[in-house]
Write a protein that binds this ligand. Structure first.
Ligand code: WTA
Length: 650
């Protein structure tokens, strides 16, 4: 098992402690530390009170039914997520408030929607989907760039009870086809293309290639982002979005969904090649995401909130769309790249919209650091009140830079730990309460119980590295893996019993109870905040006729956190070459998508293996990190380690 192979580093320099600024604390939504004790002692009541923040058609009979590892929250409650994100705000007099601001990559191209306008757009799309035959329970797949129709589409699906499955636009046709097939989607929503760094990029071609392998798809909706005239639609199957919605009614009654009805699927990488369809439901997810959004980002009525994630990942689902809109917060989505037309684009957006809360990722912060402070320094960032970080551990140096250069030394930073599976933020500061230690996501959110276990399931004392676990269910948790509850049990609830969630992260707690997450301990790589499975990359490599065997490991990288590096044994007498390296990288890129391309390919005659023939990736990882290989006595072929060491250092 991968876990036992891993070596957990516990070192991370610790520096200063930052207390909440007095003024911030005074005005914070939550500034009484008693909330932790209250939520701990009144766990179910706490979540029930928070669920009351939403509008329900019918109240639940029971807060939680925990038949470990299967949870039901707000049993028999009836609710609609789209209604809660839009209609109720319109009914509460906020119809004219800006809900969504969309900033296109081409400068001066932007749109904004009030809650009333958003309601109209969502109803039209929802009616359009119905016209295509989409019914409650049918999965709709989205393969889109960051266009407003993506946010609108999610809410349209939620409105009619059709679960959505968004596949990141950077994935390849093969990866998309796998996900469409696994979810048995009948409808695919895609675009003709998109803008990236000023260039027009194709998307339609990928969709067409996908459709050759997805017999389940009956209807395709195409968003005309680039006004391309060189594409032809297939009659009966394909419709342009603008044609579909043109004459639709502005009314679409929201479906009364059960709290436990599936809201969406989100595919994520796991330890085998097959992606996992993480299944989220309606009532608990919306309760968890909206509460954490309000408390962690200290959301106020007039906030202009910007999360820079792509809606193709969970962060965009929970903290661009559902959390903020459920709270009637003005939320921004940006289409493009941070360096177009200049490396100051993010700061220009903050200046333009007077952004008050910014949520981004360490990999972006490190890039901005590299570009230098001259870019942010020429923009007015004085409206910012709070900064957030997510996706990987933030190194203290990047934290300090973010705090000083972007936040002007006055904004608390919320370093938020969570996962696709957890649905909502779980370990995080509450900015009006928690003193911050750069590099630590600090403490579990009220009501959440986290701990560090050793391999035998003992809770570890302070400062010993172990495995991060969660000891109680939480409302936005995944309910299962789509059509695969066995894998759900095995992956998350198997290490320490069926009621302890195994997060797959290595971490430690310090003497103050602060959590320091180190990173994945399984075969998942975190590349620039994107989760990729090394197994998926390995099977893509082995798929190439020249490759006999392959191992992929992460190599530490200053900007991206880690980059994938491949070790490859070639078939027969074949010899490695620069051309073959290029070809293999391209091959993986084609199967997984550009984000999966290994940074380098090492050709080798053998791989370090145990006597039972298992590849010891741990050793390759250490070589890449420039560390000593450690004990190689259990290997069948210890001599290969020296050989590879020379090769890597060359
Ligand atoms: C990592 C993204 C340290 C972690 C929301 C987790 C983090 C994986 C943090 C989930 C953080 C996320 N500090 N590590 N603040 N946030 N991670 O599913 O390894 O794309 O297991 O969800 O990212 O990635 P996912």
């Amino acid at each position: 098992m991968a876990k036992k192979e891993s070596h957990i580093k516990t070192t991370m320099e610790e520096g200063e402690i930052y207390h909440p600024p007095e003024e911030f604390k005074k005005n914070a939504n939550i500034n009484d530390p008693g909330i932790y004790k209250y939520a701990e002692e009144n766990y179910e009541e706490f979540w029930a009170e928070k669920a009351e923040r939403l509008d329900w058609y019918q109240k639940w009979d029971k807060v939680l039914e925990w038949d470990a590892p299967f949870a039901k929250w707000f049993v028999n409650g009836k609710i609609n997520a789209s209604y809660n994100c839009i209609d109720r705000h319109v009914e509460n007099g906020k119809g004219d408030k800006t809900a969504l601001i969309w900033e296109g990559e081409p400068i001066d191209e932007s749109k904004s929607y009030t809650f009333s306008e958003l309601k109209d757009e969502v109803c039209k799309f929802a009616n359009g989907l119905k016209e295509l035959g989409v019914e409650k329970g049918d999965v709709v797949t989205f393969y889109l760039p960051m266009v407003p129709e993506l946010a609108i589409g999610l809410l349209a699906c939620a409105r009619i009870g059709a679960p959505h499955s968004v596949v990141f636009g950077g994935f390849s046709p093969t990866a998309l086809a796998d996900r469409v097939q696994d979810s048995d989607s009948k409808v695919l929503v895609t675009a003709d293309g998109y803008y990236r760094r000023g260039k027009k990029l194709n998307m339609w071609e990928n969709a067409l290639e996908t459709l050759e392998n997805t017999p389940s798809v009956e209807k395709v909706v195409v968003i005309d982002r680039l006004n391309r005239e060189d594409i032809s639609l297939t009659e009966g199957r394909d419709t342009y979005y603008h044609d579909l919605v043109e004459n639709q009614s502005l009314e679409c009654e929201p479906e009364k969904m059960d709290a436990e009805d599936m809201l969406f699927l989100m595919y994520t990488s796991g330890t085998t090649g097959k992606p996992k369809g993480v299944q989220h439901t309606t009532g608990g997810y919306l309760t968890g995401t909206s509460l954490t959004h309000e408390w962690v980002f200290d959301i106020k009525e007039d906030d202009i909130y910007w999360c820079t994630a792509d809606i193709g990942w969970i962060t965009g689902h929970s903290y661009i769309v559902y959390g903020p809109l459920a709270n009637a917060t003005t939320t921004i989505m940006y289409e493009g790249s941070p360096d177009y037309p200049e490396k100051d684009r993010f700061w220009k957006i903050i200046e333009k919209y007077k952004v008050t809360k910014l949520y981004t990722a360490p990999t972006a912060i490190r890039l901005f650091m590299k570009w230098g402070r001259k870019y942010p320094d020429t923009c007015d960032l004085s409206t910012l009140k709070l900064l957030g970080s997510v996706g990987e551990p933030i190194n203290p140096k990047a934290w300090e830079w973010y705090h000083e250069v972007i936040g002007g030394g006055k904004c608390p930073i919320v370093d938020t730990w969570w996962q696709t599976e957890t649905g909502m933020i779980l370990i995080t500061p509450l900015p009006g309460i928690t003193s911050l230690k750069p590099g630590s996501a600090t403490k579990p959110f009220p009501g959440i119980q986290a701990d560090i276990y050793d391999a035998a399931g003992n809770s570890l004392p302070p400062n010993q590295g172990g495995y991060l676990v969660l000891k109680r269910p939480w409302p936005a948790m995944l309910r299962t893996l789509y059509n695969d509850s066995d894998r759900y049990k095995k992956t998350y609830w198997n290490e320490y019993g069926s009621d302890i969630y195994f997060a797959g992260d290595g971490a430690r707690q310090d003497e103050d109870g602060y959590f320091w997450v180190v990173g994945r301990i399984d075969d998942v790589l975190n590349v620039a905040g994107h989760r990729l499975s090394t197994m998926e990359m390995e099977s893509a490599l082995v798929d190439h006729p020249a490759v006999a065997e392959a191992a992929v490991v992460g190599k530490p990288d200053d900007l991206k956190g880690h980059v994938p590096v491949a070790y490859v044994i070639l078939e027969g007498e074949r010899e490695g070459s620069d051309e073959l390296e290029k070809e293999l990288r391209a091959h993986v890129g084609k199967i997984i998508g550009p984000i999966g391309k290994p940074a380098a390919v090492n050709f080798t005659r053998d791989l370090p293996k145990t006597r039972s023939g298992k590849i010891m990736r741990r050793i390759l990882k250490k070589l890449e990190a420039g560390e000593e290989a450690g004990d190689t006595s259990t290997l069948r072929n210890p001599e290969i380690v020296e050989e590879l060491k020379k090769q890597v250092s060359n």
